[in-house]
Unconditional design. Structure first.
Length: 206
């Protein structure tokens, strides 16, 4: 069971946003993309018992950690984690069926992966979400071409030093990408430590 201090800090504020945006009256199906250690899915599953969670990861060591959380806490509503590369078409995302999910959650991946992962995230979410389903992303973002405050400017610089394909993305760019996949930015929620939650809703065809 790996432990990421940032996940420990942000899991409750993100849970509060989830509580506000998900329907609590009926059973729901959720996919977490880039589950990391498994701390988030373990926390959310214990708090939101009506949601069945499918955790996923690109990194194999993280997959083992997610499974360790799942068994340690006897999380019946969490499925065994699957290997998922967000940059690939969603036909490669295990056996997830089109329009089968109510919720997709993606925490702190968009700025720490090549843009192809973000493109794949929106394309895939557009296909696997039911109409009116929600994609929640969390992390630091640029707004109208500006990164604030100074600590996020420095963070963006350090990410780009580590990998030129990484870095904070602009919310307007994400909103455009999402729209191409039928997802509309419904809400931006300011979060602690200069992060935000972005809530995208899949357009209903009716
Ligand atoms: C900063 S970590 C965030 C992990 C976790 N969501 C959290 O907040 O603690 C970034 C995650 O993105 C994942 N990632 C990198 N490339 C990916 C890809 N192509 N598809 C899916 N996830 C990827 C990494 O394995 C890593 O777990």
């Amino acid at each position: 069971m790996l432990n990421a201090p940032a996940a420990e800090r942000n899991k409750d504020p993100i849970l509060a946003v989830l509580r506000e945006c998900v329907d609590t009256r009926k059973p729901l199906q959720a996919l977490e993309i880039s589950s990391g250690t498994g701390q988030h899915v373990a926390h959310f599953a214990q708090a939101l018992r009506h949601i069945t969670w499918q955790p996923s990861e690109f990194d194999h060591q993280s997959l083992a950690s997610i499974e360790a959380y799942r068994t340690h806490y006897h999380l019946d509503s969490v499925k065994p984690p699957i290997h998922l590369d967000a940059s690939l078409p969603c036909e490669n995302w295990g056996s997830i069926q089109p329009e089968s999910l109510d919720l997709v959650v993606n925490i702190n991946m968009i700025h720490i992966s090549p843009i192809a992962c973000t493109e794949g995230l929106f394309k895939g979410a557009g296909q696997i979400l039911k109409p009116q389903g929600i994609l929640l992303t969390y992390g630091p973002y640029a707004v109208n071409g500006q990164i604030t405050p100074e600590s996020n400017v420095n963070f963006d610089y350090s990410l780009r030093q580590r990998n030129p394909e990484w870095g904070l993305r602009d919310i307007s760019l994400l909103s455009c990408m999402a729209q191409k996949s039928g997802l509309f930015l419904e809400k931006v929620v300011d979060m602690p430590a200069n992060n935000k939650c972005l809530l995208f809703r899949k357009e209903s065809l009716v």
